[in-house]
Design a protein around this ligand. Structure first.
Ligand code: TXA
Ligand code: MG
Length: 319
């Protein structure tokens, strides 16, 4: 499933020419452009229908490359990079003067990530500079975890889609801001709060003083079918009522089973967070196509291991 070397070369040449290239990372697919070319970066916003004020992550090969985008690289950020890069972690640090306004949305900070996926790494090596990339979906929709999902989202708005198979993690990266001597969790992800705390000590939640992480607002990462989160214990009563009303339902579970599995579109997921996270977005896309009036999702455990999944489900529910 790994693209050939000539496809990587072609993708790097397209980036050099200011075109958009979608590429796999271990979290989700990214919609990439040359982070140093303002016209190319602007194309990302047009392709996604995303407001220009929403900043982009600059993808780099390693910590040395990341330092070139930062005015200062706090010690906490360097230690996190050493512990988790390449990997599903994005670091927000003070930006260097040369970082484009289009990339940061005018914020004084820049988000940086060294992805682990071999195709992303090959593309970064071939291109040789930073690649600005949000998730490769239209604004407000579910991030794509398969090359076909990217094509469905963006069609011919992207010059090339590098196919690297299914994304292993399946949820967007953990975002941590290292600013003013503090470490703040802006978006939970596969690198957990506890893992971060193990490296830097105290991790705080985003507060009023934290940088905005647009896209962390409610009703994001959402399917088009209304989605409701329901306690496992209440699920069957909800299903029964809906069926009595003649409502068509899609049901996503990890522990319980629906009373009438043949009368709903039912997808069970693994009862552990890494398998669940890997499959979640692809499964929501499938359920979104089921023609249901509503997607009912069994609530996941309120434990740290499930934090990123619970966060995305809440946003998908717009709750
Ligand atoms: O896993 C991921 O992070 C994927 C892959 C492609 O790397 N990318 C991704 O990008 O999810 P995007 O644009 O969909 O989400 C990035 C989030 C947005 O909520 C954005 O507001 C936030 O990062 N962000 C970017 N720059 C920031 C900054 N300087 N300060 C605070 N938040 C920032
Ligand atoms: Mg996104």
């Amino acid at each position: 499933m790994i693209p050939r070397a000539d496809q990587i070369e072609k993708a790097a040449a397209l980036l050099n020419a200011g075109e958009l290239v979608a590429f796999p990372t271990e979290t989700v697919y990214g919609l990439g452009s040359d982070a140093g070319n303002p016209a190319a970066v602007t194309r990302i916003f047009a392709a996604k229908g995303r407001p220009g004020s929403h900043p982009l992550i600059v993808h780099v090969s390693n910590l040395a490359a990341a330092r070139r985008w930062a005015a200062t690289f706090p010690d906490s950020a360097a230690r996190l990079a050493e512990a988790f890069w390449p990997g599903p972690l994005t670091l927000v640090v003070p930006k260097s003067d040369h970082v484009l306004f289009e990339v940061t949305g005018g914020q004084p900070t820049v988000a940086l990530r060294a992805p682990a996926h071999p195709v992303a790494r090959a593309l970064l090596a071939a291109f040789g500079r930073g690649i600005a990339a949000p998730s490769a979906n239209r604004y407000g929709r579910i991030s794509p975890t398969r090359a076909d999902d990217v094509r469905e989202e963006l069609g011919d708005r992207v010059a090339m889609v590098l196919d690297g198979g299914d994304c292993e993690v399946g949820l967007e990266s953990t975002i941590v801001a290292c600013l003013d001597g503090r470490v703040m969790l802006l978006r939970p992800g596969a690198v957990s709060r506890m893992q971060i705390a193990d490296v830097v000590g105290v991790v705080s939640d985003a507060d009023a003083a934290a940088p905005r992480a647009p896209g962390s607002e409610r009703s994001h990462y959402a399917p088009q079918t209304p989605l409701a989160i329901v306690d496992g214990a209440d699920l069957n009563a909800r299903i029964e009522r809906a069926l009595q009303r003649g409502e068509r339902l899609a049901v996503l579970t990890h522990a319980v089973a629906p009373i009438a599995p043949e009368r709903v579109t039912w997808r069970p997921l693994p009862a552990e967070p890494s398998g669940y996270g890997h499959a979640l977005y692809a499964t929501l896309r499938d359920l979104d196509r089921a023609g249901a009036a509503r997607i009912l999702v069994e609530a996941v455990p309120a434990t740290e291991a499930w934090e990123a999944i619970a966060d995305r489900l809440r946003r998908a529910a717009g709750a």
